[in-house]
Design a protein around this ligand. Sequence first.
Ligand SMILES: *Cc1c(COP(=O)(O)O)cnc(C)c1O
Length: 397
Amino acid sequence: MSARNDWHPDTRTVHTPVPDLAGSRPLGVPIHQNHLFAFDDSDAMADSFAEPGGPYVYGRMGNPTVHALEQAVADLEGGVGGIATGSGMGAINAVLLSLLRSGDHVIAQRCLYGATMTMLKILAERWGVEVTYISGEDPAEVSAALRPNTRVLYMETITNPTVRVADLPAHFAVAKKAGVVCVVDNTYASPTLCRPIEHGADVVVHSITKYISGHGDVLGGIAVFADGEMRHKVWEFANELGPNADPFAAWLTIRGLQTLPLRVRRHCDNALSLATRLSGHPAVSSVAYPGLAGHPDHKVAARLLDGGYGGVLSFELTGGREAGRRFCSALRLISVAASLGSTRTLALHPASTSHRQLDDAQLAAADISPGLIRVAVGIEDPEDLWRDLAQALDAAG
Ligand SMILES: *Cc1c(COP(=O)(O)O)cnc(C)c1O
């Protein structure tokens, strides 16, 4: 049999490493729902407290099912190991809180996942961490923002909801020269489309809730590390912080992971097809999708993303805020919901939901127009999706 290292990602996702039992091996990772592990004597137990990945002691410090997930995602991302958590924010916060202390400086992309932005604000206001925001359009912004106390550069592979793609390798190169730790949220791309560690990232974080688990039935997160020492440091901190993944959630995620490359390719194909058709519709004034030649980051995305441009697109209705509300009410197959990365297609009108407290000027400052619709494209038949979008566009006027 060929060595695991020679396998392509499509093979490695199906063949998650399974711990051996005596004499045979289960074809699939078992759930170890227990949180306690016993030892022959106290010396054996004492030795186990210092290392992640076993021998296991107590569930908050490690669990074989959770560890199998950590290994599987680290394998896909090209990292040395991971720390799986109960949510994406659990992973992001475990990383930021372990790396940062008051007086440190962070450089972060301006347009990040909402809860991450809130966390950076909290770090700045209550924990004495300084944050400088950059657009992600020019790596020179990183050199201009660097200070002697800069500790972390924080970016996302594909941003929300305008699906911008920054030149990550160029940004990381500037930061690394200054000894700054590069953290990237790779949720929107998944390791199928992008492996940021190959481009210089030190830590990759994911909301497993999205593409990695993939079926809308798990809340989870993971941080994957390029370096064992940093993983160990974050693991020690996470042991005290307690953001752990539950073994059953980890097991469901491993089950979902097996079809990740298949699903992601379908998400991407469907999204490109819908983005192309939306571009020609009279009720739509613009479409944002990195797979379209007219997207400002199309060239960067073509270089950085491998085999597709992601499953999220957004478009602008000519009819503005009211048209957005009518469009969402008219959808029949597509659900009005906030998340992404599940098998189902979901649509969101930020101006009447997540951002309804903002007036038009405030929306513009957040890069969101009143008629903007975000679609997290699922894996249904693209013709059925288009029919639903088309009739809702007619209803929106
Ligand atoms: C959903 C999401 C998160 C947060 O993940 P949870 O699992 O909801 O905690 C972080 N980053 C991005 C890009 C996301 O889409």
